[in-house]
Ligand binder design. Structure first.
Ligand SMILES: C[S@@+](CC[C@H](N)C(=O)[O-])C[C@H]1O[C@@H](n2cnc3c(N)ncnc32)[C@H](O)[C@@H]1O
Length: 308
């Protein structure tokens, strides 16, 4: 299948990265390589390191970027950024981009099981070499675990009912497909709530995807490691797509900008000093034209910092 993905906040990201001649840039989320390609067009005598945990993204990027000899592609989770950059750019990098979440390709490629609109085996792994898939989450997690995930990662108010319905459904035989899961969720949500708002399965699918790919639990440490790898004046730009990940990025930026743990009315004795300057007091969001042209960009938020 053709790798289709429209890059979100493209111009804003390029500006945020402040691409310098001879610089080293890292795209932690290659996807369709849209951001990467535009960085490379602007990068003179520099180098780019592209990371993705999805083999399909890497295969696509290898073809798309074949004319560039200044690109290193790495198949990995970006949580390993410290080790990856220790090998590929030991003296530090000038800019790092993270465009979180799934690509349109992953959503559209039915068999990956990310979409509640397409019937497919329950999978949702960005990296198909990982052991945990949506099948294990749905068929082996306890009532309490499922309720917690659906409530916390999906912000779903019917989390407990949905978890109860999943447990009931799997008594007879395992839940095998996204289609079966959608029907279970629909049955669990009261008819009135089902008629209002987004697709009834949207929140639960988001929750299971976050659990399968550990999307939230790795983010805080990855941001700290990314900042450590930046050279002075290097930039980190992160696009998030929902409030849970945006909160982690915002709070981690704040912690790096204001790390002092001493009471505010006392002189500082902890010795912790800011390591970054946050360049976006408010996140950058897409304009109406971008949202019209690419509705998927609607919830995007870009936050940028500069290393001191
Ligand atoms: C929104 S897409 C990126 C699109 C890309 N910026 C473009 O313009 O084409 C996100 C990509 O990041 C990858 N990804 C998400 N989380 C990751 C992680 N923890 N480590 C490595 N790759 C990840 C996904 O597999 C997906 O291909």
């Amino acid at each position: 299948m053709e790798f289709k993905h429209v890059s979100v906040l493209l111009e804003e990201c390029l500006e945020a990265l402040n691409i310098k001649e001879g610089g080293i840039y890292v795209d932690c989320t290659l996807g369709g390589a849209g951001h990467t390609r535009e960085i490379l067009k602007r990068l003179k005598n520099g180098r780019l390191i592209g990371i993705d945990q999805d083999q399909d993204a890497l295969s696509n990027a290898r073809v798309l970027l074949k004319d560039y000899d200044n690109v290193t592609l790495v198949h990995s989770n970006f949580e390993s950024i410290k080790g990856i950059l220790a090998e590929t750019a030991p003296s530090g990098v000038d800019g790092i981009l993270m465009d979180l979440g799934v690509s349109s390709y992953q959503l559209d490629e039915g068999e990956r099981g990310f979409s509640y609109m397409k019937d497919a085996p329950l999978d949702m792994r960005m990296n198909r070499e990982e052991a945990l898939s949506a099948y294990e989450v749905v068929n082996s997690y306890s009532l309490e675990e499922l309720t917690r995930i659906i409530r916390d990662y999906g912000e779903e108010k019917f989390a407990k009912r949905i978890a109860q319905f999943i447990l009931k459904a799997r008594e007879g035989k395992p839940v095998e497909t996204t289609g079966e899961l959608v029907e279970i969720i629909k049955a669990a949500i009261p008819a009135k709530a089902r008629r209002e708002g987004p697709h009834p399965a949207k929140r639960t699918f988001q929750a299971i995807r976050i659990e399968v790919n550990r999307e939230l639990s790795i983010l805080h440490q990855t941001v700290l490691d990314a900042v450590e790898a930046l050279k002075p004046e290097g930039r980190l730009a992160i696009i998030t797509f929902h409030s849970l990940e945006d909160r982690i990025v915002k709070n981690t930026y704040r912690e790096l900008m204001d790390p002092c743990t001493c009471p505010k009315n006392m002189p500082c004795i902890c010795g912790k000093v800011p390591t970054v300057k946050v360049l976006t007091k408010k996140p950058i969001v897409p304009g109406d034209t971008e949202i019209d042209e690419n509705p998927r960009s609607r919830s995007a938020k870009l936050r940028v910092l500069e290393k001191l």
